[in-house]
Design a protein around this ligand. Structure first.
Ligand code: KIV
Length: 279
């Protein structure tokens, strides 16, 4: 059964934790969908983990549509959420609705996600009025990396924490169907989760959120370099891949691959004729 906005809402109401993972391609999304993840996010993190940019800012609508369409083709059950990239909704309400519409029409997403609180409520209202579910995103919102002066935990001072709580109320009023809480103290996420009737999905926001989301390269040990404190590596897939590739290189060089079982045969009589003619 395809998960919908109502599935996620019911999960909050019944205390069944929502599981969300990022995915950016068909093969990976198919595995996650078959594992039973509730929702798949085509995050604009694809700029960093798939395209090698330093941050998410260069990601375009075309990038998002391309990857969202691949994931949507794989997601039989998971609720598919596509990120609206930087400057695809901040500019004005018209851009927000048109670009959200493209992620649904061309990408096949079930919902869009955008970053920000009070300042994007008009955009949220307009997109929701166009019958497109919106997931909001508060806290350490990566599209604001320059404004924050780096990837820093948000909401630690009294006024910043109060602003987060106020923003959460405002995005809910504007019609958001869920909110991602990223990089904020667990106790603030708990307060927000209790206050809202829509589900909160945390990343670096503690265990009291209604669900969790992780970037799959982080949780499967594929990321090299720094991984944030909130990441748990559930499987060392990076090591498995390295071993597979090294074995392939050495077996190919040694002539051990391909073996008999990887090779196509030909009728002996045809072969005899061919060898007589060509050898
Ligand atoms: O882009 C992304 O992957 C995200 C998650 C970190 C929530 O927004």
């Amino acid at each position: 059964m395809k998960n919908t906005v109502s599935t996620l809402l019911k999960q909050k109401q019944s205390g069944d934790k929502i599981t969300m993972l990022t995915a950016y391609d068909y093969t990976t999304a198919k595995i996650f969908d078959e594992c039973g993840v509730n929702a798949i996010l085509i995050g604009d993190s694809l700029g960093m983990v798939m395209l090698g940019y330093e941050n998410t800012l260069p990601v375009t609508m075309e990038d998002m549509i391309h990857h969202t369409a691949a994931v949507s083709r794989a997601a039989e059950n998971a609720f598919v959420v596509a990120d609206m990239p930087f400057m695809s909704y901040q500019t004005n309400i018209y851009d927000a609705v048109v670009n959200a519409g493209r992620l649904i029409k061309e990408g096949g997403a079930n919902a869009v996600k955008l970053e920000g609180g009070a300042e994007v409520c008009e955009q949220i209202k307009a997109i929701v009025n166009a019958s497109i579910p919106v997931v909001a995103h508060l806290g350490l919102t990566p599209q604001s990396v320059n404004a924050f002066g780096g990837f820093k935990v948000q909401g630690k001072s009294l006024d910043k924490a109060e602003k987060l709580i106020d923003d959460a109320m405002k995005i809910q009023e504007a019609g958001a169907c869920a909110v991602v809480l990223e990089g904020i103290p667990a106790k603030i996420a708990k307060i927000i989760t209790k206050k809202l009737f829509i589900p909160t999905i945390g990343i670096g926001a503690g265990s009291q959120c209604d669900g969790q989301v992780l970037v799959y390269q982080d949780m499967l040990g594929l990321t090299t370099g720094h991984t944030p404190k909130f990441v748990k590596v559930f499987a060392q897939a990076g090591e498995l891949i390295r071993k597979g590739v090294s074995d392939y290189i050495s077996e190919t060089k040694e002539g051990a691959f391909p073996a008999e079982e990887h090779t196509y045969s030909i009728d002996e009589n045809i072969l005899k004729e061919l060898t007589e003619k060509y050898e």
